[in-house]
Design a binder for this molecule. Structure first.
Ligand code: AP5
Ligand code: MG
Length: 192
């Protein structure tokens, strides 16, 4: 199963990806996590990424497509994957399609987690207290939401036009949202 998780910052992409990984045993590919790891290692790419992430802007497409191509080339994606944070604009969606076509592994499902701004702010404020992610400041979160609306929201339309998109309500507990996602994937919540 090859699943693309979409949604604004704080919508629960990472949370739901982890639950799906546990259930389905597929690798979780989070470009945000890959970039934050590179930043921690202090590589040239990591330091560049950090300066962009801290402003809430998008890292350039060519860097991202190299990163995702390398990751999709590894053996563990043979049975599928859960993509979280990529693609983030229409150009990335187009290059992902080309890469997956070449690998003979087209995306099966795109799931968009719908959530309102008030909840985003609440959840990220909570995470800021618990984890202290550098881009979880109020100003950067506002910019991340703006970038999402301008550049990433059209990615949902891109998948909708291809008949791959389902929207899931992101309101409720983590488990409630997980059950909604399982039903989109036609997985029986209690037996799979
Ligand atoms: P990325 O790491 O992808 O961040 P994001 O999209 O802003 O999303 P978040 O990780 O903040 O939220 P999430 O949807 O994963 O929610 P989570 O499960 O954590 O990207 C960071 C940056 O990297 C970007 O701004 C950009 O600069 C760069 N980048 C990444 N990919 C890129 C790309 N492809 N191209 C260019 N640049 C890229 O949940 C949020 C919080 O809420 C958590 O604390 C969680 O515990 C809690 N929570 C979750 N669900 C619930 C619930 N149901 N009820 C209560 N709390 C909940
Ligand atoms: Mg995340």
């Amino acid at each position: 199963m090859r699943i693309v998780l979409l949604g604004p910052p704080g919508s629960g992409k990472g949370t739901q990806a982890k639950l799906l990984v546990k259930r389905l045993g597929l690798p979780h590919i989070s470009t945000g996590a890959l970039l934050r790891n590179a930043a921690r290692r202090g590589t040239e790419l990591g330091l560049l990424a950090k300066s962009i992430i801290d402003k809430g802007e998008l890292v350039p497409d060519d860097i991202m497509s190299d990163m995702i191509e390398e990751r999709l080339g590894r053996e563990d994606v043979a049975n599928g994957f859960i993509l979280d944070g990529y693609p983030r604009n229409v150009a990335q969606a187009e290059s992902l399609d080309i890469m997956l076509e070449r690998l003979n592994q087209p995306a099966d499902e795109a799931i968009h987690i719908d959530i309102d701004e008030e909840q985003i702010i609440k959840r990220i404020a909570q995470r800021a207290k618990e984890e202290g992610r550098a881009d979880d400041t109020e100003e950067t979160v506002r910019n991340r939401m703006r970038v999402y609306a301008e550049q990433t929201a059209p990615v949902a339309d891109y998948y909708a036009e291809r008949g791959l998109l389902t929207r899931v309500l992101g309101d409720g507990t983590k488990d409630e949202i997980f059950q909604r996602i399982l039903s989109v994937l036609n997985i029986n919540a209690h037996t799979a």
